[in-house]
Design a binder for this molecule. Structure first.
Ligand SMILES: C[S@@+](CC[C@H](N)C(=O)[O-])C[C@H]1O[C@@H](n2cnc3c(N)ncnc32)[C@H](O)[C@@H]1O
Length: 437
């Protein structure tokens, strides 16, 4: 019997996959929007898990008594005992969610809580689960939730600061959110699909991938074929530095700290000589601002490289990964990639094939080169198209690894890939991961 529960976010399959990457046991069961496991992980690092908690009591549906009398009794007994020991739940939030409960069921539970020693109860209307705003007001939350087979009663232990990422997304100075461009939460999920602490996004655009890993990766690199994007990425990074700083100063309990070093021009310095200097966000005291020397991920000096890759823009066609002298063995590529044409109407078959044809050539070239460089892991996206409920998937993906040392790492329980889309968009993200065989 699992001891912990997890609320899955907007895309449950992503939540499950992220959980598998972050947990050591990798065994979990899911029930629609919930995941259960015997391991507790901090969901704050994820893009798609909302909160995690500990299960205190389970009530199989087959054993529910009329008017939930056994549920009231057991919860009351539990709270009375804990409250009389240490007033643990004297001030508490309470939420009950599931079709099984009638609209005013929360009021009945309020009585139970009050008579069991909980004096100040932040009660959510029946059916609502606590969100980030609720956690800010009340830090202890008890929940009673219905799944397919049971009700479970437990306490929320940790939650993701999704508001931070949504706000940062909205506030970025450069945010051309055309359809198909991901948000920071999706970016964070992609980052978690690689355990490498050193990540390069060779299609950085406005920089959301690297921004999303600021608090848990160590070294981040960004490049793009388009120098305009690089200037925008630079602006966004500058802004994010200040954003983290303001949050940190404004809230002493703020958990998010930018710890990663970021480089827009990783492979040369302005003197065009061998370099290890990059512009990290933090110094050795974890304070923001000053530039310091950090080691490159290969733990050795990067060889002097091509003069055209000058700071601040690192302009590079992702097909030319093999920059002279670089060692990639400790580096993963995590990228949204290039989704091609931005369909604003339903795509037709001819246009879809045209787009996929171009991307097939691009990714075959990249994977062939990456394979010869032995880059251990690549997480990337291709576009898929949707018209209403119908989805058109880039089936060609299967041929991308042929002739390379890569194999697909299944991101989903059944499939190699995960799908991410909003119902109103015509283009979605088809997410893949390859690893060296
Ligand atoms: C969907 S955008 C990436 C958006 C990005 N994730 C962000 O947060 O803004 C795709 C990017 O790929 C770049 N691109 C397209 N072809 C490329 C290539 N061959 N090599 C490198 N970058 C390329 C484009 O300039 C564009 O910035």
């Amino acid at each position: 019997m699992s001891k912990y529960f997890y609320k899955l976010g907007f895309n449950p399959a992503f939540g499950q996959s992220e959980f598998n990457f972050l947990s050591t046991q990798k065994t979990s069961e899911t029930d629609f929007k919930w995941l259960f496991s015997n391991e507790l992980i901090d969901v704050n690092q994820t893009g798609s898990l909302v909160f995690a908690g500990e299960i205190f009591i389970r009530f199989p549906k087959s054993e529910l008594k009329e008017n939930f009398s056994n549920v009231f009794q057991d919860i009351s007994r539990f709270l009375t005992s804990v409250n009389s020991e240490n007033n643990e739940y004297k001030k508490v939030g309470f939420s009950l969610s599931g079709n099984i409960f009638q609209k005013n069921a929360d009021k009945k539970f309020l009585e139970v809580l009050k008579s069991s020693g909980s004096k100040k109860v932040n009660l959510l209307p029946t059916g609502l689960l606590p969100n980030f705003g609720n956690f800010k007001n009340t830090n202890k939350w008890l929940i009673l939730v219905e799944t397919d087979t049971e009700l479970f009663f437990g306490r929320v232990v940790n939650f993701a600061n999704q508001e931070f990422w949504s706000n940062l997304d909205l506030d970025l100075p450069k945010r051309d959110m055309k359809r198909g461009i991901m948000n920071l939460k999706l970016a964070r999920s992609l980052m978690n699909f690689s355990s490498s602490k050193n990540v390069w996004d060779p299609f950085c655009g406005q920089g959301r991938t690297i921004l999303s890993g600021l608090d848990f990766k160590e070294n981040l690199w960004a490049s793009d074929i388009d120098s305009k994007c690089l200037l925008e990425c630079d602006k966004n990074l500058e802004f994010a530095r200040g954003y983290f700083e303001r949050r940190r100063l404004g809230n002493k309990n703020e958990k998010l700290e930018p710890v990663a070093a970021i480089t827009l021009s990783p492979f040369v310095n302005n003197n065009n000589s061998a370099q290890t200097a990059v512009s990290p966000l933090t110094n050795e005291n974890n304070e923001l601002g000053s530039t310091q020397i950090v080691q490159n991920p290969q733990q050795q000096t990067i060889a002097p490289i091509l003069s055209q890759y000058h700071s601040p823009a690192f302009e590079l066609d992702a097909q030319n990964l093999d920059l002279a002298g670089l060692h990639f063995k400790n580096l993963a590529i995590v990228t949204e990639g290039f989704l091609g044409y931005n369909f604003t109407n339903s795509a037709d078959t001819a246009k879809m094939s045209l787009e996929w044809g171009k991307l097939e050539i691009l990714w075959k070239a990249i994977l062939a080169k990456a394979s010869s460089l032995e880059i251990p892991e690549i997480v990337f996206c291709l576009p898929f198209y949707q018209m209403g409920a119908k989805k058109f998937l880039p089936e060609f993906y299967q041929s991308l690894t042929s002739g390379t040392k890569y194999q697909f790492h299944k991101l989903d329980q059944k499939e190699d890939y995960l799908l991410y889309s909003r119902t109103q968009s015509f283009v979605g993200h088809f997410v893949l991961k390859v690893v060296l065989a």
